[in-house]
Design a binder for this molecule. Structure first.
Ligand SMILES: [Zn+2]
Length: 192
């Protein structure tokens, strides 16, 4: 299949963009390759500790350090107290930090589950949009003479007219706009 560039009309300068990007011998510099790269597939955001649990861990760590310091400096004679009191005296400063760590773990688990639920709702829509962008991107052509991108007549959809020659820095935005017009929720039905 060949297509003629709308600017110079030379068919021998035009290559499909997927082939141009995949072929390392295509004379394209790094920034141009990045502009012509396929739309990135959406992925769920990596899990991380939320702000609330990080604050709780911070307070717990500070209190634990204070507990150690007070135990080291507490020159209190414990020998006249029974074993249970001595144990309580030693462990007391660490009860609150321990509780805070438990709270932090619970907050973290809850927020991780909420994030996963939110991603389960948003991700399918993002994937559908990505599929639309990808099918437009696959229809793109590059003119190596003019350094311009273009879409031949009916390449995106049977009823989609040819595009003008597009400066390469406008190509990613054009893909997204054309994808919404051709395949988005408000696009007209494909003619048979
Ligand atoms: Zn051209």
């Amino acid at each position: 299949m060949s297509a003629a560039c709308p600017q110079c009309a030379a068919p021998d300068h035009a290559v499909p963009i997927p082939r141009a990007v995949a072929d390392p011998s295509t004379p394209l510099d790094g920034p141009t390759r990045a502009l012509l790269a396929p739309p990135p597939e959406p992925r769920p955001a990596p899990g991380q500790a939320g702000t609330a649990s990080t604050v709780l861990y911070g307070i717990a760590a500070a209190l634990a350090v204070l507990g150690v310091v007070s135990l080291l400096h507490g020159a209190r004679d414990l020998d006249r107290y029974d074993a249970a009191y001595r144990l309580g005296y030693r462990l007391g400063p660490f009860v609150l930090p321990g509780l805070l760590v438990v709270c932090g773990l619970i907050v973290q688990a809850v927020s991780r589950r909420r994030r996963r639920q939110a991603a389960a709702i948003v991700l399918p829509a993002q994937k559908a949009q990505w599929q639309r962008n990808l099918s437009v991107w696959q229809a793109g052509w590059l003119c190596l003479g003019c350094r311009a991108a273009f879409f031949p007549d009916a390449a995106i959809r049977p009823d989609f007219p040819a595009s003008p020659a597009l400066p390469l820095d406008q190509f990613p935005l054009w893909v997204m706009t054309a994808a919404e017009r051709a395949f988005g929720p408000t696009s007209p039905p494909v003619p048979h």
